[in-house]
Design a protein around this ligand. Structure first.
Ligand SMILES: [Zn+2]
Ligand SMILES: [Zn+2]
Length: 753
């Protein structure tokens, strides 16, 4: 057998995941000589051996790769013969332009968990224990490639023992860039909100913190991705105190459980839910409450029958939770819709009124992130907030045009999408850009990506809405970088996001786009939000929509469901809800509706109107409260206890006002709220199916915040089950406005304007 040198290139998520040590050990096992190193595209391997052995080696790499690695492409080629005396890990070539994905943070692995619990292990109780399989990545990345010197760990020199692990090919921490231990690593600090240390012994700090939590205190704890506000989830008084201090009367809090077995004591988990909780993403998973809960759900998620649950994502949280008898609240450390805080000083300044104590550490955080939130409808995953563990890398850029593009996204659930190289990066969720601090975080993260990838945009894409802060920022950046500026309509971007996620742009068949959300500026200057589009031959056309109704009182309309109800009722029916308003208010609205010219087709507002019609909620205390409470109410009805409120009729445009008047009438006749709420959601699903059938379209793509509704998805799945209809939803992105930036990019790359 002739010996040749083979060059193997692997692309994808292959850096910062223990890939080189894995390849090294596999080569040693197979008696191969050569080298492995990181390069601009991923990992490159050279080996001199026979054709058969080189190919077998590649197959082994693919089939046995580290759990968190993702190989998106691989090549093998024969090159000029080189002689190697052994197999080695070579230094990275830093001169080439970088084209590898940023790696998200990984939840603590089972081996590290074992070690921190083992009295005889040298990492016993060390809160920042990590290995090649777990620990922060994106959160601490300052530069490429992912080498220690380019991360926040650069400030910590490895001790002799850690260094030995790092250099030992048979060790799990071989080339682990986040390697540290109690002798050389990150230190904790526990102070009260006056700045006075309450425990100085590193070994005792977590005991003390746990003790304080169990005594009803609120602690601002710095996790490896940012601060969390923590308190006992079984202590109603403390939870309410946290609500009062955070000025957050009703919005649900997430609960951190110590172990999967404790979660199982409280909830009935599906296989998907259990896998998600245990995954390296370690997200918050929304679970259905049972009767046997150990936590105070009425204080944690008022009026809802679901709870957001997670497991420890870091060694720090793992160690803390073992010392506590009860699950704890763990909510993002911020105030009034500001972004999550990650700086020690800022935390003390901003959270002093909320937290009794601060549990700091001295590891810097480059990219702070909230915890991600997901839920399941049967086995379908729906992402509600895409952040730690998911963000930022997303997929390969398959478009022909390789110019650097920045898409600026929406306004309320902002993200940006950047194409600096062969990859498309969708940033983590930032939040509402009305907040100065959120806008600031959005801009600094953009600037950080810009320097990280040494890229400047040739094209900037913005939403059509000129007052979105993302649009304003886009204009500023266009001037700064002398870039080309493109506008994409909001709901068309939503549609393009699903088409892009499912690679449907080359589909020969017509596709129905059902885009339902709160607001977005339409092409006719009205506010869209209940849209039906078609896609065919690189063109998106508006097919029909929910009949327009008046958009009144500007931003107030989204906050007060009673205003949507008011607007959706005819003059004669409006008297029925007069009691929901003060006399003065009533007069003002009766006047303003006469002269109002701004219209909307928003399905988000339609849901609000139904919630108000059924006396569920008239004024939201947090965003989307009405929609959540309505779904909650509907879910109390029996599975088949519903009727089609539009009596199976089809319409050119959907009669929004007729639907609301039927709902109000049925309610006044004494039919139960839950049956009406359920019927409304069932009717909405029937409308979608009806439009698809009427237009003879087989594929239905749904996007927009309304599709976070589990019951709606459930009904769509049930109704399309024995038909030829195919349902497409957002998969790796949230259906809400977080997907707009990606949709803008997809629209720009694939749709003819
Ligand atoms: Zn580990
Ligand atoms: Zn050490």
């Amino acid at each position: 057998m002739p010996i040749n040198t083979f060059k193997i290139q692997l692309n994808g998520r292959v850096q910062g995941v223990g890939f080189r040590p894995f390849v090294y050990n596999l080569a040693i096992k197979n008696n191969l000589t050569g080298s492995v190193s990181n390069n601009s595209k991923g990992v490159i391997i050279y080996t001199s051996t026979t054709h058969e052995k080189a190919n077998a080696f590649l197959q082994d790499i693919i089939s046995q790769k580290p759990k968190v690695a993702i190989i998106t492409a691989h090549t093998i080629e024969k090159i000029a013969l080189q002689e190697f005396t052994n197999f080695s890990i070579a230094l990275s070539d830093k001169k080439e332009q970088i084209s590898i994905p940023l790696t998200p943070d990984f939840g603590v692995c089972k081996h590290c968990k074992q070690e921190i619990n083992d009295v005889n292990n040298r990492r016993y109780k060390y809160a920042f224990t990590t290995c090649v399989h777990c620990g922060p990545r994106y959160a601490i990345t300052q530069k490429f490639p992912f080498d220690r010197a380019n991360t926040s760990l650069a400030n910590f020199a490895m001790c002799k023992q850690c260094r030995a692990e790092y250099n030992n090919p048979t060790n799990r921490r071989f080339h682990s860039q986040t390697n540290s231990c109690v002798n050389c690593g990150i230190t904790l600090q526990l102070i009260n909100n006056k700045g006075v240390a309450v425990e100085n012994n590193q070994q005792e700090i977590l005991n003390k913190a746990a003790d304080l939590i169990s005594k009803g205190k609120i602690i601002a704890l710095k996790n490896t991705s940012g601060y969390l506000l923590c308190c006992d989830a079984s202590n109603t008084k403390t939870v309410q105190q946290l609500r009062a201090r955070k000025q957050r009367p009703n919005k649900p809090f997430a609960v951190l459980y110590p172990s999967i077995s404790k979660v199982k004591n409280d909830f009935n988990l599906s296989v998907e839910e259990e896998n998600a909780l245990n995954s390296t993403i370690a997200p918050i998973v929304i679970l259905q409450n049972t009767k046997y809960l150990s936590i105070k759900t009425e204080a944690i998620a008022p009026n809802l029958n679901q709870t957001g649950v997670m497991l420890p994502s870091s060694s720090l949280l793992e160690l803390l939770m073992q010392k506590l008898a009860n699950p704890i609240i763990a909510t993002s450390g911020n105030i009034h819709g500001s972004p999550i805080i990650s700086d020690n000083k800022e935390a003390e300044e901003e959270l002093r009124q909320v937290a009794d104590y601060f549990l700091h550490h001295n590891l810097g955080i480059t990219f702070p992130q909230d915890d991600s939130v997901i839920k399941f409808v049967d086995n379908t995953q729906i992402i509600l907030r895409r952040s730690r563990g998911f963000a930022p890398n997303y997929l390969e850029n398959t478009a022909q045009n390789k110019n650097p593009i920045w898409a600026m996204g929406a306004h309320l659930k902002s993200t940006f999408t950047m194409v600096p190289n062969a990859h498309i990066y969708v940033s983590q969720y930032f939040g509402n850009l009305d907040s100065y601090e959120v806008l600031n975080r959005f801009k600094t993260t953009l600037a950080h990506y810009q320097s990280l990838f040494s890229t400047t945009p040739s094209t900037i894409i913005i939403d059509k809405h000129p007052q979105y802060q993302s649009s304003i920022t886009g204009h500023e950046l266009k001037e700064k970088w002398d870039a080309h500026l493109v506008e994409v309509q909001h709901h068309k971007a939503h549609f393009a996001s699903v088409l892009g996620e499912h690679n449907l742009f080359n589909s020969a068949q017509k596709i129905l786009g059902v885009i339902w959300d709160g607001t977005g500026l339409g092409e006719d200057t009205h506010i869209w939000g209940g849209e039906f589009f078609t896609y065919q031959n690189k063109t998106i056309s508006r097919l029909c929509y929910f009949d327009y109704f008046d958009w009144i009182a500007n931003d107030k309309m989204a906050k007060e469901p009673r205003l949507s109800l008011y607007s959706l009722l005819n003059e004669d029916d409006r008297v029925l809800i007069k009691a929901k308003f003060f006399a003065e208010e009533w007069k003002i609205y009766e006047q303003s509706i006469k002269t109002n010219t701004l219209k909307t087709s928003s399905v988000g507002r339609l849901f609000d109107a139904v919630a108000s019609a059924l006396d569920i909620v008239d004024t939201n205390s947090y965003e989307a409260e009405a929609a959540m409470l309505l779904e909650n109410c509907a879910s109390k009805a029996n599975k088949n206890d519903c009727i089609d409120l539009l009596e199976h009729k089809t319409y050119d445009n959907i009669p929004s006002k007729l639907l609301i008047s039927i709902i109000l009438k049925t309610y006044k006749e004494g039919v139960s709220k839950s049956i009406i709420a359920h019927s409304f959601i069932f009717t909405m699903a029937k409308i979608i199916i009806g439009i698809a059938l009427k237009n003879n379209i087989k594929t239905i793509a749904c996007s927009g915040g309304v599709f976070q509704n589990s019951l709606l998805i459930n009904w769509l799945k049930r109704l399309s089950k024995n038909t030829k209809l195919e349902l497409k939803l957002n998969v790796n992105l949230s259906p809400n406005d977080e997907n707009i930036s990606f949709g803008q990019l997809m629209y720009h790359q694939h749709i003819n304007n």
